[in-house]
Design a protein around this ligand. Sequence first.
Ligand code: SF4
Ligand code: SF4
Ligand code: SF4
Length: 140
Amino acid sequence: MPHRVSVVGIERCIGCYSCMFACSRLRFNEVGMARSAIQVRSAGGIERGFIVIVCRACIDPPCAKSCPTSALKPRPGGGVILNEDKCTSCKSCYEACIVRAIVWDDERDKPIVCRYCGFCTKFCPHNVIALESIGREILV
Ligand code: SF4
Ligand code: SF4
Ligand code: SF4
């Protein structure tokens, strides 16, 4: 069964960025905010809180459709899988994502796409995010 990371309690987010640091550490062995597949931003002022942006694991992903080299392919059941070797850094996927969930890695000039591992969820102190089974029929 495929999984995705879901935002289950945005009102509890305190903007600690632990989820971003966890992703950045796992993927790039660094603790920073620039290279993380999950993004936390201020919603515009203390009272309005934060927004968390992460891949929604679309069933018919526009990001993959836009990829001219098939570097980004639909994952069975929803979401995408990236084969970086085929990526030509054209940025089409980055532009095509409907929720802006693809982060651009300026250092490597490559997209950062969620791998649906749920590592970030283990570091959220307020259970704002959770790894969920998306339970969609898998058509291979
Ligand atoms: S940046 Fe890479 S993965 Fe994204 S659309 Fe272009 S070739 Fe495909
Ligand atoms: S990166 Fe964006 S368009 Fe692609 S599957 Fe995730 S949410 Fe959908
Ligand atoms: S770890 Fe949780 S509380 Fe902290 S920024 Fe991320 S979602 Fe918000």
